[in-house]
Design a protein around this ligand. Structure first.
Ligand SMILES: Cc1cc2nc3c(=O)[nH]c(=O)nc-3n(C[C@H](O)[C@H](O)[C@H](O)COP(=O)(O)OP(=O)(O)OC[C@H]3O[C@@H](n4cnc5c(N)ncnc54)[C@H](O)[C@@H]3O)c2cc1C
Length: 476
């Protein structure tokens, strides 16, 4: 029998739900004379071709870190190449039977893949899946009428009503309990080593975000020591660096969502803090979007509100390219896009501004923007990215109403009053001050090598509203 543990978006050995049950099982059932253990990760090149370079680098750093953690207990992390079903079929060449463990992924395409694997394994073993990614497993928190929530505020209310510390307690996944079996690992013939991977790490890519659990804890502790108390007031100001920056870590699971809840609640044990409460609310947005993607899988390639699939987007490719490269002539929009290109990450306020600009000012399909973000974000997370894009494009559940369109100049003045964020990412504008940094005068732009505004915001706003109205009329 092969006891196999498949790491996916849970790249840590601490507080790992499936791993804790796997260890319990091995403690009781493992027979060293005939059984073998395998800890593995599947490197599927089809998927990797889609990932941005910074994201791949981050992921590999997480894998190196995970392997080092496993090594402390005598275990290896085996990287297997291919699609999941190919990998499992190959394992069956060496074993008659397999007990396979993993944590669930709730993205619609992952559920499909896991159903396929479950079918493959069924005849010769068992496939056990556990919830580790969220506090409230999609499907478990429903409205009183049994239907899924589609509005955030009542979802959050019920979530908090049902929340108890049992739901975010630590899972004991201490590998010391099975260290004695580490001489009985399965050694598949051909495999990629972590060293091969580490050698391929793209050296030139931004090092702002580093993968691995140590980095995750550093960021989280730094945030929780003081920034969290000001979070409610500062989180919308991108130049203040006032958010936790843990999104890539939460996505790849170098830190557990339970840890985040535990540590946050610890902070308000003795004193109330609006900052902590608001941060917990953001973590609940993540939970909310996960259950939306689970219950409404068609959001993968369509609007949550289906009538908005009929919007007649202009989809001007030249305008799209200028948006992608931060050359729209709207400094706040361009600064956001340049942050994305430079760091593989973008502040939440800027994600909203740039997404709304693409859809409402350039009249480009939100799916183009969603894909561009997916190709460049280190923290790309299907549910959050899709939810954020549909919120901004007003096509989603509980989204910004279509007629409330951000004025990029006012957003800029309000959330980057001194232009510090703009100047950081648009050095060509560093000598502009006052209102000019938000809306440079055309005369000033010529020598600065910065383009004039790509469109007139006010005209485009009217046009966008009329296009949205058109499809609502169509619906009625
Ligand atoms: C168009 C658009 C695209 C987005 N794409 C992604 C994405 O691919 N991956 C991603 O993790 N987030 C995405 N978000 C949500 C949000 O921008 C990021 O989670 C946040 O900026 C991450 O920074 P942080 O870790 O410092 O967050 P904090 O402010 O410290 O929040 C803590 C955590 O709460 C969760 N969170 C915070 N805000 C949101 C939100 N609005 N929706 C859902 N979860 C949230 C994240 O897991 C985040 O790490 C997107 C938002 C928009 C508007």
């Amino acid at each position: 029998m092969l006891y196999a543990f498949w790491f996916r978006k849970d790249l840590r050995i601490i507080d790992n739900n499936a791993l804790s049950v796997f260890i319990d099982l091995l403690e009781n059932k493992f027979n060293p004379s005939c059984d073998r253990i395998l800890f593995f990760y599947i490197k599927n090149n089809d998927k990797f071709n889609y990932y941005g370079k910074k994201r791949v680098k981050f992921l590999f750093e997480c894998l190196v870190d995970l392997e080092n953690s496993l090594k402390k207990y005598g275990f290896d992390l085996i990287i297997l190449n291919g699609s999941a079903d190919e990998v499992i079929k190959k394992i069956f060449n060496d074993f008659d039977s397999i007990t396979l463990f993993a944590n669930k992924q709730f993205e619609p395409y992952c559920i499909k893949r896991d159903n396929l694997i479950a079918d493959l394994v069924r005849a010769r073993g068992t496939f056990h899946l556990f919830n580790d990614a969220v506090i409230s497993e999609p499907g478990s928190l429903l409205k009183d009428d049994g239907l899924p929530y589609t509005v955030y505020t009542p979802y959050k209310k019920k979530f908090l009503n049902l929340l108890n510390n049992h739901l975010y307690k630590e899972h004991n996944s201490d590998l010391a309990r099975i260290k004695k079996f580490s001489n009985h690992q399965y050694e598949p013939g051909r495999r990629i080593t972590i060293k091969d991977i580490a050698r391929k790490l793209t050296q030139n890519e931004s090092v702002f975000f580093k993968g691995g659990r140590k980095e995750a804890l550093k960021l989280l502790n730094n945030f929780l020591s003081d920034k969290i108390f000001e979070y409610d007031r500062n989180r919308d100001f991108p130049s203040l660096n006032a958010t936790s920056l843990i999104s890539p870590h939460l996505h790849f699971g170098t830190i557990s969502i339970r840890e985040c809840f535990r540590l946050a609640f610890d902070k308000i044990k003795n004193k109330n803090s609006k900052g902590v409460e608001v941060w917990i609310s953001e973590l609940i947005w993540r939970e909310f979007y996960y259950q939306i993607a689970f219950h409404f899988p068609y959001v993968i390639d369509g609007a949550f509100k289906k009538e908005y699939d009929n919007i007649q987007w202009e989809n001007d490719n030249d305008k799209f390219v200028r948006w992608c490269n931060g050359l729209t002539g709207y400094p706040i929009v361009d600064a956001g896009m340049r942050q994305l290109l430079k760091e593989g990450w973008m502040h939440n306020r800027l994600r909203m501004i740039t997404a709304m600009f693409l859809t409402k000012d350039l009249l480009i399909d939100w799916k183009w923007g969603e894909k561009f973000f997916a190709e460049h974000l280190i923290d790309l997370d299907f549910a959050n990215n899709n939810g954020g894009w549909q919120w901004s494009a007003s096509t989603g559940c509980d989204a910004q109403p279509y007629f409330r369109i951000f004025n990029p100049y006012l957003q800029s003045k309000k959330f980057d009053p001194e232009g510090l964020y703009i100047k950081k990412y648009l050095p060509e504008l560093s000598n502009l001050n006052g209102d000019l940094i938000h809306k440079p005068e055309l005369e000033l732009l010529k020598p600065l090598n910065y383009p004039p505004p790509i469109v007139d915001h006010f005209k485009m706003k009217e046009l966008a509203i009329s296009k949205y109205k058109e499809v609502i009329k169509f619906k009625n």
